[in-house]
Write a protein that binds this ligand. Structure first.
Ligand SMILES: Cc1ncc(COP(=O)(O)O)c(C=O)c1O
Length: 458
């Protein structure tokens, strides 16, 4: 019988995260005075134990037992051979995916939500604020906060709040309090609403609102949490790639190509970084982060210093950015509507270690539907971006007659994204490609900021 799932036993779960900061050089985040930010300056926003992780240079960081106990609700996650998709595409490629849709909230996001809630609790914090795009992150953090007895407040980007009402119900079931962003509750929200009362919102605005609420709590017991982009978030997600590596070793496979969708970069990096470690040490692998053509951060925007949020509360991060004021078109993949990108992913793109790709919306849903029909699981629209590239690469392997091994990350299921599928079936999905003029206009906001150096690993 053909093997479909490659499983790990519970005692084979990785016990350490991989920290790529031990292996690459990065431009530091800059504070308001233009100097590298100090841990003390971040202390009102994040608990110090997470700030220490953010800047740690240790290659391996122990995963606390209190985190592993919760992760074991769904981890280790299976590695699946996508035999149905291979058959549908009649390709000689062998396609594997990590199924991150099996977590209770339905995506990879709880891998870091659980760790962040744990560290906040350890530090004596009582309440966490955050933003969410598609709602996956807000549900994940609500789920994690419920485990550790923390209060959770979520600012959900307006367009997704309207498109996915049941995400709010899910957050409520775990005790989270979700409001639409921009909201009238914060200065950042009020400014955005004055600028455009009908704005679809953006992750940049929602981040500003959540930071503002955290730092204005005079009790000092509230902190902010980010679901992507930052070094410690990517660190927590490396459990995906570390498990995948062990699973591939069990069947004597190694990927030629690694693919993940990239919004802020966390699920992609979680799968890819342990393999980037091998690539830096000489392995031949092609590694593709995939983004929407409607929000082409890695493929069209420059590597610059810019803020992570619209109201400019965050430090300047060295990243690919479309400009902190950019409001991406209202595509159905809320999780990919972000103006910036993780500094680690941006740095690796700048060094030429990763090769970003962009895909259009109809191609994305076509790949998602083909995969739902051949594999059985309905993917999140974000995951469909990875799938569009998997389909392209599998077809290329067929044309070239090559037995390529493709590994991709199934970042989430789409069971609460069915409006998006309905729109696709009704022919209402538009292929949005940002014009060069729109991009040049959006980029004006960082023209006067310092420029990052083009550094390379040793
Ligand atoms: C299912 C899913 N995939 C991917 C993403 C993109 O985020 P990231 O690039 O941080 O993985 C999101 C974000 O909300 C998501 O919900």
């Amino acid at each position: 019988m053909e093997q479909r799932k490659i499983l790990l036993r519970e005692d084979e779960i990785p016990r350490q995260w991989y920290n790529i900061l031990a292996d690459i050089a990065m431009n530091p985040p800059l504070g308001p005075d233009g100097n590298p930010i100090t841990p003390d300056q971040l202390a009102p926003v994040f608990p110090m134990n997470l700030i220490e992780q953010e800047v740690s240079q240790e290659r391996w960081i122990d995963i606390p037992d209190g985190v592993l106990d919760v992760l074991k609700i769904w981890r280790p996650a299976p590695l699946v051979r996508a035999r149905g998709l291979e058959k549908a595409l009649d390709t000689p490629a062998r396609i594997y995916f990590k199924n991150e849709s099996l977590s209770p909230p339905g995506s990879h996001k709880p891998n870091t939500a659980v760790a962040q809630a744990y560290y906040n609790k350890e530090f004596g914090i009582k309440k966490i604020t955050t933003e969410t795009g598609a709602g996956q992150w807000g549900s994940a953090l609500s789920f994690a906060c419920a485990h550790f007895g923390l209060e959770c407040k979520i600012y959900m980007v307006r367009i997704s709040f309207d498109q996915k009402p049941y995400r709010k119900s899910m957050m409520a079931a775990w005790g989270g309090n979700c409001v639409a962003s921009p909201s009238p509750n914060t200065k950042a929200g009020q400014t955005a609403l004055e600028r455009d009362p009908n704005t679809p919102g953006s992750l940049g605005i929602a981040i500003s609102e959540a930071i503002e609420e955290a730092v204005s709590d005079e009790s000092g017991q509230t902190r902010y949490s980010l679901g992507s982009v930052l070094n410690h978030v990517l660190l927590h997600q490396t459990i995906i790639g570390l498990e995948a590596k062990k699973q591939m070793e069990k069947i004597n496979e190694y990927p030629d190509i690694i693919i993940g969708c990239a919004g802020g970069g966390s699920n992609f990096a979680g799968l890819a970084l342990p393999f980037v470690h091998d690539k830096i040490n000489g392995k031949q692998i092609e590694i593709y982060p995939v983004e929407p053509a409607a929000c082409p951060t890695l493929t069209k925007a420059p590597f610059v210093y810019d803020h992570g949020d619209t109201a400019r509360y965050t430090p300047l991060l060295a990243m690919h950015s479309l400009g902190h004021a950019f409001v991406p078109p209202p595509i159905h993949s809320g999780g990919l509507r972000y103006h910036g990108m993780a500094p680690i992913v941006s740095q690796l793109v700048d060094e030429g270690i990763l090769e970003p790709k962009s895909v259009k919306q109809n191609q994305v849903f076509e790949a998602g539907v083909l995969t739902a029909r051949s594999e059985g699981i309905i993917p999140a629209p974000e995951t469909n971006h990875a799938l569009a590239t998997v389909v392209d690469e599998a077809r290329k392997a067929k044309e070239e007659g090559k037995e390529k091994v493709i590994l991709f990350n199934w970042s989430g299921h789409g069971l609460l994204d069915l409006t998006a599928y309905d729109n696709y079936f009704a022919g209402n999905i538009k292929d949005i490609d940002l014009s060069n003029e729109e991009i040049t206009n959006a980029e004006k906001v960082f023209a006067d900021f310092p420029k990052p150096a083009h550094v390379k690993h040793e």
